[in-house]
Design a binder for this molecule. Sequence first.
Ligand code: MG
Length: 425
Amino acid sequence: MRLAAGAATDAGRVRDHNEDSYLLDDERSLFAVADGVGGHRGGEVASSTALEALRAGVASGTALHEAAQSANSAVYDLAATDEALRGMGTTLTALTTIGGSTALLAHVGDSRAYRLRDGAIERLTEDHSLVEELVREGRLTSEQADSHPQRNYITRALGLEPDVEVDIVSVALHAGDRILLCSDGLTTMVRERDIERISRNETDPARAAELLIDAACDAGGEDNVTAVVIDFLEVDGAEAPDPEALAETSPPTTPLPVSEPDIGPPTSAPTITVTRRRLRSFLLLVLPLILFVGLAFTTVAWYARRTYYVGLSGDRVALYRGVPGGLLIWDPTVETISDIDLRDLDPADQAAVADGVAEGSRDRAESYLATLEERATAATSTTSTTTTTRPPRRTTTTTRPPKKTTTTTAGGTARTSPATITGGP
Ligand code: MG
């Protein structure tokens, strides 16, 4: 693989100092931009510290994603030791080559990587920014995002936490491809079609970088602006990427398209990032739904099984666990069957019990059952004509239906009610 690269950076027309940094290391085929944020000198310290750590990591043989983590640690640790640097952070978009026709990108933040092929540019990274997330969620259009007052808010950066999630993107290369790495000072000032035009028309990479910076400054230069342009003059296009090199440089949990010797369609390169994003969106959408349904199901189950009511089991009044008629998949179950015969109750109680009288707790249901028993007893006592040791509702009389009529105490074996009444007028 043979390549040529150039870079340019500028504070722009508004800022009085430049917090962007770039890295151009032909020897290691390592290139990067970093856009620092933080008060006073924090931003420039963050971006330069990150790139120094990245280069040191790659130079020592560390894989790109681990070198990016080292860069994160370097910024984080430095911020912790100096009050003036507290809260500083930086974006990072870094590229290194592996194998004969493949490059790897490590990306955090809203700097970007583009590939120019056959005169057309294709974006290779996703911004970790508030507006881009709103665009992905369909809550903002791209046009609204371009003018959004919070378009500079980034949602991920190096140096803010002990660990950072780094997007790793595998990029297939052809001879003649050009890669552009740039800070948001370019992309917020210059439209992509103008970036494409400038990149296409200037063959010298260093000069192309300068022209891109000029275009950003001419458009207002509201932010620091940096461009790194890498031309791949010769690549081993017929050769598949070296699997060993790929294995060494790829993150252990992220499979890369190692078997693709050729270049995929325009959208294939950032597949890993996109897949992660989709998975995250899916989980964010579906998990709350699953939790809600689970909670609702549990609540219904709890209600259905912790509630008691008084109803009928055949002709007798019974205590049920559950809800009259059942609820979803939970049918009521009989807890106890009392000695109270439905016909011993007055019509109002008969109707109520036939429908089921929900009492909530077991104590309340048992209390209601006892009340019914008293009423039944009173009712039958007042109509008793025979003295008996049997429960009163069993003792009488000619007014009862045949199955309930008894004439002596002998039939008392039918029930075992504790009530033994000696009654009658
Ligand atoms: Mg910036």
